[in-house]
Design a protein around this ligand. Structure first.
Ligand code: PHE
Length: 448
């Protein structure tokens, strides 16, 4: 059965950038940067994105485009009768777990949107915003309902298919996200004391950098680019031979860095202008940001603006997590897509119920000292994703011939050859070694 294709080159770039831009850039990045040294963290994140993230992204693109098939079949095509297709299966399981708790946060965005629109976020004190966040996410029924709504939005789009669903939605949501961001950043950098926040993000102070923040920056670089789970393999499988892969990868890297920058510029100037602390951690967006906006004129409107762009970012990532699963189970049989999207999407919702409730009725349930949400997050972000990334970086140079790789990547010029060599050796040596170091560290092996 023939494989569906993206309708346009730019459609693919929006969809892949949509997968990349998500909670990672908008929620995690500001709070990790906030606790991990601001500008210095940003620089290290940039360094890892370019040196390690970019080669792996291009590697996943090559696998997908050359194989023209879903994440499991793709690896089988290069290495028949071997266990390498486990990489694809690992990616699917990882996305399954990831989306189950990702959708919980997606639900929180919807709850906050609802609260902001009905006026429930007006005029509280900073502490009250913190307390409100705790209260809102502890309510079982509304959080579950919001999580379900988030999943339904993802299901409806993915069920429509690659072109009519994912591509079309991304082509609207990603440009809209940029426009909403620009409005917000203009507001933010024109605040009276915005300069302190801008300096915090852009002027590196290396004394604030710890080995922990360096490792977080590496994990963040992979997470925000959706690497290691074969999502980018799946998206690239819908590409024709004419697409320039290095150009696509570089565009996505640039867009992703830009979004992290915009997120920082939208958030830190306000945080500093209104005398709040940047290092609040994971609650930065939900407990500190509403307090920041409440002090601005028309603040609620700006906060709604922020929540909308946040929702678009989370949704376009959710599409990719569901799509990898749908693609692998339908094997291009278009007649099965709708049914699979609904069944798998609802199953993911069910798996996400304990994570959702772990902020309320199940908050006492601890496994390895972590709540269910934290356990899932830790397993995915610190174990499964780096493991997948490591395996892909080993697989590509090992199982795909150098000439085939060159064919996919070279642009037919001399500079193409140099680019290829830099890419090839980075992927073959630097990426896996860096991942192993991070891996050993998160698992506690490098502790003194
Ligand atoms: N890149 C997404 C984000 O930053 C997360 C993601 C990881 C999406 C893996 C798909 C696959 O939020």
């Amino acid at each position: 059965m023939s494989q569906e294709q993206w309708k346009s080159k730019i459609g693919f770039i929006f969809a892949a950038a949509g997968s990349a831009i998500g909670l990672g850039a908008i929620w995690k990045f500001p709070y990790i940067a906030g606790t991990g040294g601001g500008g210095a963290f940003f620089l290290i994140f940039l360094f890892f994105t370019v040196l390690l993230g970019a080669p792996l992204l291009l590697g996943e693109f090559v696998v997908g485009r050359r194989a023209q098939s879903d994440a499991v079949t793709a690896y089988k095509k290069f290495a028949p009768n071997s266990s390498w297709s486990l990489i694809g299966k690992l990616g699917i399981v990882t996305c399954f777990i990831l989306l189950s708790f990702y959708s919980v946060v997606g639900g929180w965005i919807i709850i906050y949107l609802f609260e902001a629109i009905r006026g429930g976020l007006n005029g509280l004190s900073q502490d009250q915003y913190g307390a409100l966040f705790g209260e809102l996410i502890a309510k079982p029924w509304s959080t579950l309902l919001a999580q379900l709504v988030f999943m339904l939005m993802a299901i409806v789009v993915v069920a429509k298919g690659v072109q009519k669903g994912i591509e079309k939605a991304s082509k609207i949501m990603i440009p809209a996200l940029f426009i909403l961001f620009l409005i917000l950043v203009i507001r933010s950098v024109t605040l009276d004391q915005s300069i302190e926040g801008i300096e915090f993000l852009l002027v590196p102070d290396f004394t604030k950098l710890t080995s922990e923040s360096i490792l977080l920056a590496l994990g963040q670089a992979f997470f925000t680019l959706s690497l290691g789970v074969s999502v980018m393999v799946t998206y690239a499988s819908y590409l024709p031979k004419t697409q320039n892969l290095p150009f696509s990868a570089i565009s996505i890297i640039v867009i992703n860095i830009l979004v992290a920058l915009l997120a920082g510029l939208a958030i830190f100037p306000g945080v500093f202008s209104f005398g709040m602390e940047p290092d609040a951690g994971p609650v930065l967006i939900f407990a500190v940001l509403p307090a920041v906006f409440s002090q601005m004129q028309f603040g609620v409107i700006f906060f709604i603006n922020f929540l909308l762009l946040f929702l678009f970012a989370a949704l376009t990532s959710a599409f990719s997590m569901l799509e990898i699963f749908v693609a692998a189970t339908t094997k291009h049989d278009k007649t099965k897509r709708k049914k699979r999207a609904w069944t798998l999407g609802l199953l993911i919702f069910v798996l996400g119920i304990p994570s959702c409730l772990s902020y309320g009725v199940l908050s006492d349930v601890l496994v390895f000292d972590k709540t269910i949400f934290d356990l899932f997050d830790f397993t995915v972000s610190n174990v499964l994703m780096p493991l997948g990334a490591l395996l892909i970086s080993i697989f590509v140079p090992l199982k795909i011939s150098k000439s085939a790789l060159y064919e996919e990547i070279s642009l037919g010029s001399k500079s193409g050859k140099m680019f290829f060599n830099v890419w090839y050796y980075l992927l073959k040596y630097v990426t896996p070694i860096a991942i192993v170091i991070v891996f050993l560290d998160v698992l506690g092996f490098l502790d003194k």
